[in-house]
Design a binder for this molecule. Structure first.
Ligand code: NAD
Length: 417
C-alpha cells in the first residue's frame, strides 16, 4: 500500500475549492463551509489485560449541522489523525447532501490498532471513548456508524454504553448495529452492494456491459468484500483482490464467496492459492474495466495514476484519489465515480436504520434494497447530468450539487443571530 502522499484534509479542501468555483457563494459562506463546525479531542485511559493502564487519543469532528444532525463513522486505526477525521467529516457532509439525507457530516476515530487488542480491551476502549464523546453524540444530534476497524459489535457496545447512561435503550444513537439490538437488514452489506449498483449504472452510462466486465478491488474488508460478492452475482468477473497483507490476480476470475470464507478463516486473501500473488499497490494497475479502491485514502496518486488501466474507478474508500491524480485520470479518459456518490450506500441504509429505530417499525429486506437502489441510481444520474451540463468531472459535479444544497439551506435558515 502506498504511504498517504498528501494530507487528507488538504485534499478535501482542494476538492471543495475546485467545486465551489462553480457555485455562486458569498465569501463568508465559502469560508464557513471550509471549516469544521466543532472538533473534540479526547485522551482517555483504558485498563489493559495485563493490569496496566494505557492512554488512547480519540476524535469526533462535526463538519456541518446545516441539513440536520451529524452522521459519520468511527475509525479504529493506528494512522488516525485529526486532519484525517476532519476530511472524512467534510466528505460526509457532501455525501449526505447529494443523497438528499437530512444530515450534516461528522467522523470519529481512535488512534489504535484493533488487531492488537483483546476482545475485552476493545470493549473497554469503545465504552470509554463512547462516554467521552457523549457530549456530542445522541439520536437527535450526532449518530455514529462503523468505518475501518470497527464493526456491528463495536456499534452495539456504543449503543449499550449510551443507553446505560440514559437509563433506557436508545437504539437510534448509532447505526450499523446487529439486528438483535435494532440494526437494519441490509446494513452490513449496504456500502459494498451500493458500490456494485453504482458500478452497474456507471457502466450503463458509459455504454459497456457488466456481464464479464473485469473488476479489481483493493481492500477486502466490509466494503471491498461485499462489492466483490454483489458484482460477481451481477455477472462481472472479479479478477483481483487485495488486503493489507497482499493480493491475488487471476484473469479467469475468482469466487468472492470462497475468498470471503478463506479471509474469515486465515485473516487474509493473500494465500488463497489461485492465480498469482500481487502486492496491494499492483492491484490498482491491473488490466480491468472497473477498479474499486476500498481500503484507505491517498492510494491513487500522481505517481501511479498514469498506470491505471481501468475504464472507470468506483471509489469504495473515502478519499482514495488525490486531486493531482484526478487530473491525470481525466486526461487519460478514466472516469472516476467519486466516494461521495460511490460509497453512499452505507450512509443511506444507516439513515434507513435510524428511521426504523425512531419509529420502532422495521422494514423487509426487499424494501431496504429497493429504496437503496432507487436512491443511488437517482444520485448517479443527477451527478452525471450536472457533469455533462457544466463540462466538469463527476467529483466536481457531485460537490457542486452538494455545496448548492447546503448553501441553499444555510441561506434559508440565515446566519444566527
Ligand atoms: P474494513 O476495516 O472492514 O476493511 C478495510 C480493508 O482495507 C481490509 O481488507 C484491510 O486489510 C484493507 N487495508 C487496510 N489497511 C491496508 C493497507 N495498509 N494496505 C492494503 N489494504 C489495507 O473497512 P471498511 O469499512 O471496508 O472501509 C474501507 C473504506 O471504505 C474506508 O475508506 C472507509 O472510510 C470507506 N467506507 C466504509 C463504509 C462502511 O459502511 N463500512 C462506508 C463508506 C465508506
Amino acid at each position: 500500500m502506498q504511504s498517504v502522499p498528501s494530507d487528507p484534509w488538504e485534499m478535501a479542501l482542494e476538492q471543495f475549492h475546485r467545486a465551489s468555483r462553480y457555485v455562486p457563494l458569498k465569501r463568508g459562506i465559502r469560508e464557513f463551509l471550509a471549516f469544521p463546525k466543532r472538533e473534540l479531542t479526547v485522551n482517555f485511559p483504558v485498563k489493559m489485560d495485563d493490569g496496566s493502564v494505557r492512554i488512547f487519543t480519540g476524535y469526533r469532528v462535526h463538519h456541518s449541522t446545516v441539513l440536520g444532525p451529524t452522521k459519520g463513522g468511527i475509525r479504529y486505526h493506528p494512522g488516525v489523525t485529526l486532519n484525517e477525521v476532519r476530511a472524512l467529516a467534510m466528505w460526509m457532509t457532501w455525501k449526505c447532501a447529494i443523497a438528499g439525507l437530512p444530515y450534516g457530516g461528522a467522523k470519529g476515530g481512535v488512534v489504535c490498532d484493533p488487531k492488537q487488542l483483546s476482545g475485552g480491551e476493545l470493549e473497554r476502549l469503545t465504552r470509554r471513548y463512547a462516554t467521552e464523546i457523549s457530549v456530542l453524540m445522541g439520536p437527535e444530534s450526532d449518530i455514529p456508524a462503523p468505518d475501518v476497524g470497527t464493526n456491528p459489535q463495536v456499534m452495539a457496545w456504543i449503543m449499550d454504553t449510551y443507553s446505560m447512561h440514559r437509563g433506557y435503550s436508545v437504539p437510534a444513537v448509532v447505526t450499523g448495529k446487529p439486528l438483535s439490538v435494532g440494526g437494519s437488514v441490509g446494513r452490513e452489506e449496504a456500502t459494498g452492494l451500493g458500490c456494485a449498483l453504482v458500478a452497474r449504472e456507471a457502466a450503463r452510462l458509459l455504454g459497456f456491459s457488466l456481464e464479464k466486465a473485469r473488476v479489481a478491488i483493493q481492500g477486502f474488508g466490509n466494503v471491498g468484500s461485499h462489492a466483490a460478492v454483489a458484482l460477481h452475482r451481477m455477472g462481472a468477473l472479479v479478477v483481483a483482490v487485495s488486503d493489507s497483507r497482499g493480493g491475488i490476480y487471476d484473469p479467469t476470475g475468482l469466487d468472492p464467496e470462497a475468498l470471503l470464507r478463506h479471509k474469515q478463516a486465515r485473516g487474509t486473501v493473500a494465500d488463497f492459492g489461485q492465480g498469482r500473488p500481487v502486492s496491494p499497490e499492483e492491484v490498482l494497475e491491473l488490466p480491468c474495466e472497473i477498479l474499486i479502491p476500498a481500503a484507505l485514502e491517498g492510494q491513487i496518486t500522481v505517481e501511479n495514476a498514469s498506470r491505471v488501466q481501468a475504464r472507470v474507478i468506483i471509489e469504495g474508500a473515502n478519499g482514495p484519489t488525490t486531486p493531482e491524480a484526478d487530473d491525470v485520470l481525466r486526461d487519460k479518459g478514466v472516469v472516476v465515480v467519486p466516494d461521495v456518490v460511490a460509497n453512499a450506500g452505507g450512509v443511506v441504509v444507516s439513515y434507513f436504520e435510524w428511521v426504523q429505530d425512531l419509529q420502532a417499525f422495521f422494514w423487509s429486506e426487499e424494501e431496504v434494497r429497493e429504496r437503496l437502489e432507487r436512491l443511488l441510481v437517482r444520485s448517479v444520474r443527477e451527478v452525471w447530468r450536472v457533469s455533462q451540463e457544466r463540462g466538469v468531472d463527476l467529483r466536481t459535479a457531485a460537490l457542486v450539487r452538494a455545496i448548492q444544497r447546503v448553501a441553499d439551506a444555510l441561506h434559508t435558515r440565515g446566519i444566527y443571530p
